[in-house]
Design a protein around this ligand. Structure first.
Ligand code: NAG
Ligand code: NAG
Ligand code: NAG
Ligand code: NAG
Ligand code: NAG
Ligand code: NAG
Ligand code: NAG
Ligand code: NAG
Ligand code: NAG
Ligand code: NAG
Ligand code: NAG
Ligand code: NAG
Length: 732
């Protein structure tokens, strides 16, 4: 009771305080906001947004802060859905120090004089808009932070840009269309610069000298431009630097030994360039280095042993260079943090280094396309976190031992060991190995000339999504149980000696039947499952998503016989289907026309007979098609897009006639027309024409709305054409 009575008394001093606060706030806002600022704000934003700016005192508006004189000092309206151009009257807010209009839909150019009167500006953030035109000069001497990234700015940086910015600490203009030289003399104005991000623009020319004057520089990014020349010599004077990120340019020359002076460096990424020379021999002095990404260059020579002293390395990627040397002679055992190692496509020799197996954090390992020999050692099982393993294109032996050992892994999601074990026999394995490889999603052992059959243990891999056994000498039939693997959507068995019928059980493949049944290629792999380098290093495509693979069944060049099962029509999600160069007989089943997502269908070089079903014209996405060299007969369905394919798609069928083949059909000789009539395509010609024009209209209309989707389909298609021809060389 007593304590309760006391409380009001205790509150009295607070009450007075609150009252004083209230009075003083009333007094200070009595000034109201400056009229010019008020009017400028109204005219700048009123029409552009649905801001709640109803009261008369603009200092109380959302996003606005004033000083005691009622002048607007900060305008913070990120992510407010503001549209339209930046009004010149913003320049009337002459006391503005913080301007943040990030993540709106602002467009149009910055007026050249816009910032000239904003002489108190300290922080400017216009990132994530659609602003265009040239960058405007920012003459404020107080400016500290400038973020103009993720817009559409173009042209070159004006020479006066940030010339007087003696306190500048961070500049981000990444992700625009800016060209010309990088303004690296910025540090002559300000010695306080910590962050410079010029990446993802069209900057060209050399990286000029000037960075050496950035005595506080921590982050320098200029990747994904067209920069050429060597790394600037004074970069090595920026002793405080922590991140050098220059990927995807045209930089050449070597990495100077002086880089070891940059002892705080944690990120060094200069991949996709033309760097040459050897790695600095004392690179181990960079003990803080976490990321070293130098793949796709022309680095050569031996790896310096001191590299293994970079004990904080998390990711080391030296793939696609010309490095050499005996890997077994290197001691990886100190790289306890290493999670990802990629040495693909170099000239490394020796056996798999045992010391590598002490890198307990290793999750992804790619040593493909080197000259490694010997066997996979049982010690590899100590890599408990390993989920990605690619060793293809080496000279490993003992596939029986390899499979036995690898089956000891619980975690593996990807195994690609193609082009090793030449001519050995693929072990059938133990039927009881059911519980192994629980997480295996990609298995590739192609191009090995392996004998034997499809191993039975595969039937337990409920998560298997992609299987590549192509270009071996496997025999026996294609097991029906493949159809029970619920996630499988990519099967390549090309170039083997499989015989027997095409099992109708394949039509059960859930991942090829309905989107819901199984997620298709979800997730991201730590390393690419597929790499493609075209035109001698001009373009490089790497695919880390399994969804980059098509939903496909490739059975080309085997000895399959019998008819194509009509059940195949259930695989509605199939995008590519290749049955060419086999001994298949019978009709092309009408049900094939249910495969409405097909982009590529190759039935050439079999013994198929009968007519070409007119219903195949339902396959609107079909971009590649061949039935060449069979015994097909009758008229090529007229008035359908099937006729749009090159005559080579139909050649080698003496009984086929009509466009695009040069031979005309005899009126009386119409077995295929009759057949079509039987199948319910009476009055075929008119209906087909109608169908065709409807389809055509649909495609035109569709293009307008969903152009990018269609485009990406056709791009994907082009790439998979390529994939099918060279896949085995690059897979993994
Ligand atoms: C607009 O702001 C005023 C005062 O700032 C407030 O009282 C009012 O509820 C706000 N209206 C809306 C719709 O948010
Ligand atoms: C604000 O700026 C615009 C354009 O710079 C100018 O025309 C206008 O007179 C200014 N408004 C006020 C209230 O000063
Ligand atoms: C601008 O606002 C966004 C969203 O609140 C914020 O993430 C960003 O850091 C701000 N920019 C600056 C330079 O402070
Ligand atoms: C630069 O920053 C320092 C420290 O914050 C400050 O004292 C100085 O006045 C600033 N100079 C300019 C020109 O803004
Ligand atoms: C620069 O801005 C982009 C977004 O536009 C962001 O992704 C990037 O991390 C920023 N750079 C730095 C160094 O913060
Ligand atoms: C910059 O973009 C504008 C359109 O936004 C265009 O008119 C102008 O020609 C471009 N300038 C350069 C140098 O590309
Ligand atoms: C910039 O660096 C160069 C060489 O490191 C030096 O000679 C020059 O005095 C520096 N300039 C400024 C303004 O610090
Ligand atoms: C390196 O980083 C440490 C800790 O962040 C710092 O104390 C030191 O001054 C830095 N060294 C240089 C040369 O910047
Ligand atoms: C940088 O490294 C070179 C070569 O190792 C050395 O000669 C030079 O003195 C170093 N500079 C600094 C500032 O430590
Ligand atoms: C590679 O190095 C290991 C260990 O130093 C050695 O045993 C082996 O003979 C070397 N192999 C080659 C091909 O030089
Ligand atoms: C193949 O590897 C297994 C398991 O490591 C081993 O037991 C076997 O001796 C090896 N075979 C040959 C021929 O080296
Ligand atoms: C058909 O394909 C062949 C071989 O690809 C080619 O030489 C020919 O020019 C093509 N004909 C037409 C009409 O496109």
């Amino acid at each position: 009771m007593r304590t309760m009575a006391l409380q009001p008394n205790h509150l009295v001093p607070y009450g007075i305080l609150l009252f004083i606060c209230f009075i003083s706030s009333v007094i200070s806002t009595n000034h109201g906001c400056n009229k010019m600022d008020h009017d400028s704000l109204r005219s700048s934003f009123d029409m552009l947004s649905r801001l709640n700016w109803s009261s008369s005192d603009c200092c109380h508006w959302e996003g606005i802060t004033c000083d005691e004189d009622g002048r607007v000092t900060s305008l913070l309206l990120p992510s407010k859905g503001i549209q339209g151009g930046i009004s010149p009257s913003l320049g009337n807010l002459t006391h503005l120090s913080h301007l943040n209009l990030s993540q709106n839909q602002l467009s149009g150019p910055l007026g050249t004089g816009l910032f000239s009167s904003l002489s108190h500006l300290e922080v400017l953030d216009l990132s994530y808009n659609q602003l265009s035109g040239e960058l405007a000069s920012i003459p404020s001497i107080y400016i500290r932070v400038v973020d103009l990234s993720s817009n559409l700015f173009n042209g070159t940086t004006p020479s006066s840009f940030l010339k007087h910015a003696s306190n500048l600490s961070s500049l981000n203009v990444s992700n625009n269309l800016i060209s010309g030289q990088i303004p690296s003399t910025i540090c002559l104005s300000s010695s306080l610069v910590k962050i410079l991000d010029f990446s993802k623009n069209e900057f060209n020319g050399m990286i000029p000298l000037g960075l050496g004057n950035c005595s506080k520089l921590e982050v320098f990014r200029a990747g994904f431009n067209s920069l050429s020349g060597t790394l600037p010599s004074d970069l090595y004077n920026a002793l405080t630097i922590q991140e050098i990120s220059l990927p995807s340019n045209k930089l050449f020359g070597s990495i100077s030994d002086n880089i070891v002076n940059l002892t705080n460096l944690t990120i060094l990424e200069i991949y996709f360039n033309q760097l040459s020379g050897t790695l600095p021999s004392h690179i181990g002095k960079l003990s803080k280095l976490k990321l070293m990404l130098l793949h796709f260059n022309n680095l050569q020579g031996f790896l310096p042993p001191s590299l293994m002293s970079c004990t904080n390395l998390v990711e080391l990627n030296l793939g696609f260079n010309r490095l050499e040397g005996n890997l077994s002679a290197l001691d990886f055992s100190k790289l306890g943090q290493l999670a990802k190692l990629d040495f693909a496509s170099n000239h490394f020799t020796g056996v798999l280094p045992i010391s590598l197996y002490s890198c307990k954090s290793l999750g992804a390992l790619r040593l493909s396309s080197n000259d490694l020999e010997g066997q996979i050692q049982p010690e590899i099982l100590s890599l408990e976190s390993l989920s990605f393993l690619s060793l293809s294109w080496n000279r490993l032996t003992n596939v029986t031992g390899a499979m036995k050992i690898l089956m000891g892994f619980k975690s593996l999601g990807v195994i690609i060991i193609s082009r090793n074990f030449l001519g050995e026999e693929l072990p059938d394995g133990d039927a009881n190995t059911g519980s192994v490889f629980k997480n295996l999603r990609v298995f590739g052992i192609a191009d090995c000339q392996l004998t034997g059959q499809i191993p039975r243990w595969l039937s337990n891999l409920k998560k298997l999504e992609a299987l590549d056994l192509s270009s071996n000498r496997l025999t026996g039939s294609i097991p029906g149980w493949l159809g029970n693997l619920p996630s499988l959507f990519f099967i390549s068995l090309n170039n083997n000696s499989f015989s027997g019928e095409l099992p109708k059980e394949l039509s059960r493949l859930q991942a090829l039947q309905s989107q819901k049944a199984a997620p298709h290629g979800h997730g991201y792999f730590e390393l690419p499952i597929y790499t493609q380098r075209t035109n001698a290093s001009i373009t490089v495509l790497q695919y880390n998503y399994l969804s980059n693979l098509p939903r496909a069944i490739y059975l080309r060049n085997n000895s399959l016989s019998g008819r194509i099962p009509i059940e195949i029509g259930h695989l509605q999600l199939l995008h590519e289907f290749d049955l060419s160069v086999n001994n298949l007989v019978g009709d092309i089943p009408n049900q094939m026309s249910n495969l409405i997502n097909l982009e590529r269908l190759d039935l050439s070089r079999n013994h198929l007979s009968g007519g070409i079903p007119a219903s195949l014209s339902n396959l609107h996405f079909l971009a590649s098609f061949s039935v060449a060299y069979n015994n097909l007969q009758g008229q090529i369905p007229s008035g359908t897009q099937i006729q749009g394919f090159n005559a080579t798609a139909f050649e080698g069928n003496p009984g086929l006639c009509g466009s695009p083949l040069p031979n005309h059909c005899q009126q009386a000789n119409g077995s295929s027309i009759t057949k079509n009539t039987e199948d319910g395509h009476d009055n075929g010609h008119e209906i087909q024409w109608l169908h065709f024009s409807v389809a055509f209209g649909f495609i035109i209309g569709f293009w307008g709305v969903c152009g990018p989707l269609v485009l990406s389909r056709s791009l994907r298609f082009a790439y998979f054409q390529f994939l099918s021809s060279v896949k085995s060389r690059f897979f993994g």
